[in-house]
Each structure stands twice: as structure tokens, then as C-alpha cells.
Design a protein. Structure first.
Length: 341
């Protein structure tokens, strides 16, 4: 984890079971609206249909850790020295000379939602401890909660093989759970060069036949999709409640009004996929899901959204064609709001 390499504040919860821990702690001890434990890179959180925050974690493989620590890049002074000596950051690439070659630098970012025991069979799931600093909790006291988490999103980022004319880049592959959210009624197709761009969320409503999902409720279909929750008048940052639903203060009614405690129809974030999965990727998903289902693997419930890399890794292809990859794609759990216009 980055905090293991770069350092960070310690948690406040006892962990006798040695569970994986999600720390929601700021270095200053005050509220920090950019806490990456439950805030997306765009600065907003994501609320599931149960009214709970989505959690995020990042990790790096030993190869990248060794590079960072070996070059002193895990401290501010080391980074200054690195820059002053005019060195260039070059994470190690993988070895493609043999099938068991050492991988290059790898990073992952995962998104998790709190699930109950009845849902665990559909997810890659873990028992975990949520360690929330008092500054983020409604009553001002630390929150320690043992929960079951189901994986809902995953980025895998790997340094590409340096071969021939290929330039050093990171290749990104992104995955989601099939139960996350519906696709838009008119999701942009990968080969449509005019549509395949950032679009307004008003043009991205889910199909009228869309059923309930982890981040979509048919009863809340009147609400705009891919719209972040809003802070209420008393909070300067998003706050956890002492008991589930942990994001209860930011739920709305199907009409968009604040949802009162105990209301039967409270809405979280309504997510819709604005961009369709590239056709060749859909074929690949179908093949892998069939094989994974045959061995009763929970990963049959996941799919590849797409794979992207920097524009300078190969010659520019121009307009989209059957040999290209998507120039735009978004993970509904980690990049929910980049789809909005």
C-alpha cells in the first residue's frame, strides 16, 4: 500500500483478527475532503443503493516498491534530491524474453462496497476493518467497523515491455462487476467518432427497462445519473454516520429532496454507463466468462471495460476502426463523474 511505502498516520482501531484495514485518516487530523479512501479522483464520493460509501484502495507490486525506495522517492527530501540531480523517473518494464519473465511495475486501484452475507457468493469478497478518524464521523469519535466488502471495480496498471520502437508507457485495464449499473439507453458506440467524447449526463439516462443494481434504483429513475451527492448545509466535508447507512445524511428522495431517516425510498448515486464496451472487448468478455463459469469462479461475474495506453506508445491511428482501442472509457465505480458534460 502507498502508506506502507511513503508513510502515514496510524489507525485508532484494535485489529486482533489482523483484518485488511481501510484507513480513513488525514495527516492533519482535520477533515480532508480529498481523502482517497472514499473520495474519487474527481473529488466526490459514490453512494450505493444501501446508502453506504464506496471504498477505494491502491497498491503497488514489489518491483515498483523497490524502485521507489531504491531511488529515495518515498520521502520529500529524496524526491528533491532526485530532481536536483536531473534524474528521470523510469519505472522498470517487464521481461518479455521468456514466458515466466519478471513483471514490470504494477499498480492496482480497487473499489469495494459493503455487502451482506447473502450477497457474498457473487463477489470476490473479504472481511475487513474500516478505521474512520473521528473528524469524519458525525459524533466526532473514531468509527471501527468490521464489514464484508465485495469488489466492484478494479484498475490494473502495468509498465509496458520496452520492445522495438515502443515508448515507455503504462497500460491500463479496467474491470467492473456485472451488477454495478445499467448502460445508457443510447450508450455511445466505440466506433462512433462523433459521439465518443465527454457527453452531458442528461443525454445518458439508463434504459427505461433498467433493473435495480448496486448503484442504480429503478424507483429513483427520475433523478439525473452520474451526479455526485451534495454536501448539506451543516457539513464542510462528507461525513460518516455512526451506524449504517453510513452515507445516510446525503441520500435523497426519488424527487431529489433530502431523505429523512426511516424513509422507505431513499436514493444513493444513480449510475449509468454512457460509453459502450468496445465490440471486440465484449467478445473477449463472453469467452472468459464462459470459461470462468465452467469452473464455478466468482470472477465470471466481472467484465473488462477496456484497455488504454498513452498516445505515444504507437503511431496515431486516426479515426476509430476495428483494430483500435477506446480513446474514452470510464469505470463506473471510480470515474463515475467524468462522464458528465
Amino acid at each position: 500500500r502507498p502508506e506502507d511505502v511513503f508513510g502515514g498516520p496510524s489507525g485508532q482501531c484494535d485489529n486482533p483478527k489482523g483484518l485488511p484495514t481501510f484507513y480513513l485518516i488525514s495527516k492533519s487530523g482535520a477533515q480532508d475532503s480529498r481523502d482517497e479512501g472514499f473520495i474519487q479522483a474527481t473529488g466526490q464520493p459514490l453512494i450505493d443503493v444501501n446508502g453506504n460509501w464506496t471504498l477505494f484502495e491502491r497498491r503497488m507490486n514489489p518491483r515498483e516498491q523497490q524502485y521507489v525506495e531504491g531511488h529515495g522517492l518515498n520521502s520529500y527530501s529524496g524526491q528533491q534530491s532526485f530532481v536536483e540531480s536531473k534524474q528521470v523517473v523510469a519505472f522498470p518494464p517487464g521481461d518479455a524474453s521468456r514466458t515466466d519473465g519478471e513483471p514490470g511495475a504494477i499498480e492496482i486501484k480497487a473499489a469495494w462496497r459493503i455487502i451482506d452475507a447473502s450477497q457474498a457468493s457473487r463477489y470476490f469478497s473479504i472481511q475487513a476493518l474500516i478505521d474512520v478518524q473521528g473528524a469524519y464521523v458525525r459524533d466526532g469519535n473514531p468509527l471501527c467497523a468490521e464489514v464484508t466488502l465485495g469488489l466492484v471495480g478494479l484498475h490494473i496498471i502495468q509498465a509496458n515491455i520496452l520492445q522495438g520502437a515502443l515508448l515507455p508507457q503504462f497500460i491500463w485495464s479496467s474491470f467492473e462487476h456485472v451488477d454495478n449499473a445499467p448502460f445508457a439507453a443510447q450508450a455511445c458506440a466505440a466506433e462512433d467518432n462523433n459521439c465518443y467524447q465527454t457527453i452531458a449526463n442528461s443525454q445518458c439516462p439508463a434504459a427505461s427497462s433498467a433493473s435495480d443494481a448496486s448503484f442504480y434504483q429503478s424507483a429513483c429513475a427520475a433523478l439525473p445519473v452520474n451526479t455526485p451527492p451534495k454536501l448539506n448545509g451543516q457539513d464542510s466535508a462528507f461525513i460518516w454516520e455512526r451506524q449504517p447507512p453510513y452515507a445516510g445524511a446525503y441520500l435523497t428522495t426519488p424527487q431529489g429532496a433530502a431523505c429523512s431517516a426511516g424513509d422507505a425510498n431513499c436514493c444513493g448515486t444513480q449510475v449509468s454507463h454512457c460509453w459502450a464496451v468496445y465490440d471486440l472487448t465484449q467478445q473477449l468478455n463472453a469467452s472468459w466468462q464462459t470459461q470462468l463459469k465452467a469452473i464455478d469462479s466468482v470472477f465470471a461475474n466481472y467484465y473488462l471495460i477496456g484497455t488504454n495506453w498513452g498516445a505515444t506508445i504507437e503511431p496515431e491511428l486516426g479515426k476509430f476502426n476495428d483494430a483500435s482501442v477506446p480513446a474514452f472509457m470510464a469505470n463506473g465505480t471510480m470515474e463515475t463523474y467524468v462522464q458528465a458534460g
